[in-house]
Design a protein around this ligand. Structure first.
Ligand code: DC
Length: 227
């Protein structure tokens, strides 16, 4: 399927497990590119919201996603920037409106097909840390190592709440936790590429680890992988 496995690191796991911050730092440390694939599903969600699509109508949602041109670029810190039809919409992608709808979009098989194809193209040539939900199981099945980052729902909701608390309209902690529980359920029970660790993934629980600890741990695992 691909020959980039030698230098592709896959990081999967539930929301707010630390994938983005860890993945960005790890990529910097290793001189790799970084891609946060969740941002691409978020961009498709913004497209559907902007098109006024009915979120109960899968055809309308798919059409909105098919009509946009999504481009992923690296920002100055290596973070993922997303351009839709040439306009940078990154600052809109983490809003609560997107958070509460993105699981519906990412459960649609045709939308996943479009995203997976684009992600594989971006990984061509290797030297990439890619984070998401299905990177080790679907997108880059020959990535090495495959990491599954996780933490309890309470830890993850607390992190997300702290990250967003100065944003206007930010909901209280219990609402953030409930939205996250709901998203976890959809992400892990959907038929199309449900969230689960790949059989050959190393599971890293991050509740009691600092970001630096996690980055070190994964770099060690990456170094020990036989290439
Ligand atoms: O990682 P995140 O919270 O930004 O992801 C947003 C949504 O996209 C989340 O509901 C899971 C989904 N997603 C996915 O299904 N597959 C990926 N590779 C990345 C994200």
């Amino acid at each position: 399927m691909s020959n980039h496995g030698a230098t592709a690191i896959a990081i999967d796991g539930p929301a707010a497990a630390g994938k983005t911050v860890v993945g960005t730092r790890l990529a910097k440390k290793m001189g790799y590119r970084f891609l946060d694939t969740g941002m691409m599903y978020r961009a498709a969600t913004v497209a559907a919201l902007d098109a006024g699509a009915d979120f109960n109508d899968l055809d309308q949602l798919t059409e909105a996603a098919e009509q946009i041109d999504i481009e992923a670029r690296a920002g100055s810190e290596g973070e993922t920037l997303i351009l839709v039809n040439g306009t940078d919409i990154t600052s809109r992608l983490r809003g609560h409106d997107v958070d509460s709808k993105v699981s519906v979009i990412s459960a649609i098989p045709r939308i996943r097909e479009i995203m997976v194809e684009a992600q594989r193209k971006l990984a061509a040539g290797g030297g990439i840390v890619m984070v998401g939900r299905d990177i080790g199981t679907v997108v880059l099945q020959d990535a090495a190592p495959k990491i599954y980052l996780t933490a309890t729902l309470e830890t993850r909701a607390g992190r997300r709440f702290t990250e967003m608390k100065d944003r206007p309209g930010q909901p209280p902690l219990d609402e953030v936790l409930e939205t996250m529980r709901w998203r976890d359920d959809i992400d892990s029970s959907r038929e199309a590429s449900p969230l689960r660790p790949a059989e050959d993934a190393v599971i890293v629980e991050t509740d009691n680890l600092s970001i630096d600890d996690v980055v070190c741990r994964i770099s060690e695992i990456a170094r020990s992988v036989k290439r």
